[in-house]
Every structure is written in structure tokens, then in C-alpha cells.
Ligand binder design. Structure first.
Ligand SMILES: [Cu+2]
Length: 162
């Protein structure tokens, strides 16, 4: 009977010790569980920081897209007795117009009053160049200002489109 009581007491003590040990282990396990939770949050902060720096790069490329373009239109006009070839020129508002005037025969010039364009008188076989900005829309006349050439039909039409 005493031996049985002794074994029961030892068994109870063992159970109590095991229970206490289990309690300590479970409490000890809870702390390591919290620690790994904090490390992913730190990684997420690092990820958000790195994601901000690539977002700055598209801003720089968008600024490059807004670089303005200056269009230069080159037009060859032939002058002869007594007409221009071509008789009609079409450009767009804001374009820089470069006129290459080639005189085939006689003495001629080229004038556009509204744009202060005036190619000086040139002889047969000569060429001259003038550049201006078509800064207003409409239809304008270019003509030869020598003698009565304008009245004889040495005119052309400059169309500046919106
Ligand atoms: Cu002329």
C-alpha cells in the first residue's frame, strides 16, 4: 500500500512538473512567434522604399516627351517671264518657311507684304533664299514687284492653314 501511494505521489509530481514545463515551453514559444512577425513588416518597409525610387524614373521620361518641335518647310519656286512655278503654296501656322527662288529668265524678285518677305532682284540663272515664320493663317499673295510683272500675272497664292 505504501509503495502504491509512493508511486502515485511521484506520478502526480511528475505530471505537475511536466505541466509546468509545458506551460514554460508554450510561453517561451509565444515570444519567438512574435519575433518573426516583426521581420516581415521590416521587409515590407524596405519594399515600399525601393518601389518609390523607380516611380521617379517615369517622371523624368515624361518631361522628355514635351520637347517642342520646330517644323521647317522648304519650298522651291521658279521665276520666269512672267509667272511663278508653283502658283500655290500650302503651309501650316507656326511653320518656318524656307523659299528657294530660282530665276530661269529675265529679272525678277519675290515679295510677300504680310510677312515682310522680299527676295531682292536676281538675274537669269541666279537663286536666292529667304526664311520666315508663317505666324498667321489666311491666304496671301506673293508677287514680282519689278515693272508691271505683277499685273502681267507674275503672282502666286500662299495658303497658311490653321
Ligand atoms: Cu518679275
Amino acid at each position: 500500500m505504501n509503495n502504491k501511494n509512493g508511486t502515485i505521489i511521484i506520478f502526480v509530481v511528475l505530471v505537475a512538473v511536466l505541466a509546468a514545463a509545458y506551460m514554460l515551453l508554450t510561453k517561451g514559444k509565444e515570444k519567438p512567434v512574435n519575433a518573426p512577425v516583426s521581420t516581415p513588416s521590416e521587409e515590407m518597409i524596405v519594399e515600399t522604399e525601393t518601389s518609390e525610387s523607380p516611380s521617379d524614373l517615369p517622371k523624368d521620361t515624361s518631361q522628355e516627351k514635351f520637347t517642342p518641335k520646330i517644323e521647317t518647310i522648304e519650298i522651291n519656286i521658279k521665276a520666269q517671264n512672267f509667272s511663278f512655278e508653283p502658283r500655290e503654296i500650302k503651309v501650316k501656322v507656326g511653320e518656318t518657311v524656307k523659299i528657294n527662288l530660282e530665276n530661269v529668265e529675265g529679272f525678277h524678285d519675290l515679295v510677300i507684304d504680310e510677312f515682310n518677305v522680299a527676295i531682292k532682284q536676281i538675274g537669269a540663272g541666279q537663286t536666292d533664299i529667304i526664311e520666315f515664320t508663317a505666324d498667321k493663317a489666311g491666304e496671301f499673295e506673293y508677287y514680282c514687284s519689278i515693272g508691271n510683272h505683277r499685273a502681267m500675272g507674275m503672282v502666286g497664292k500662299l495658303i497658311v492653314e490653321e
